[in-house]
Design a protein. Sequence first.
Length: 159
Amino acid sequence: MRRFVPIVAQVFLCIAILAAAPSAFAQQEPDAVVGEIYTSYEDNGLGVSPTDPALRDRFSARLQALLAEEDDRIDRDGIGNLDFDVFVDAQDFDITGIEIGTPEISGDKAEVAVGLLNFGQPRKFRYLLVMEDGAWRIDDIVAVSDDMPWTLSVLLAGN
């Protein structure tokens, strides 16, 4: 009987540990984090702004701080540094052919390629993600373009 009690206690301890950490098992992969953004563009959707409070937890602390500064700038000056939709690289959009690439993961950093067509014109992006607080978060977006490449953090900083 004495051996039975420690075994039962160990089983309950294991169950408690597993129950306390469901987020570790439900962890989204980097491509899923990025893909969630683009669901708002499917089927003629309205899209989404990076300053939308509902998206804040998708961004790294560094990018959240830059986006908060952008919100303050808009409140203060009536206009911010972003005058286009950074997720589609345009002010107006008719998005088709969204392709989310397989993530390239190296430790606590990941990169996800995205391709899409806006009014039939190809647009390509690289999403740079970091692992923060146990979740993948977008740390920057790079528009891969021959004519006007940009990096979100640089635009937000006003450079």
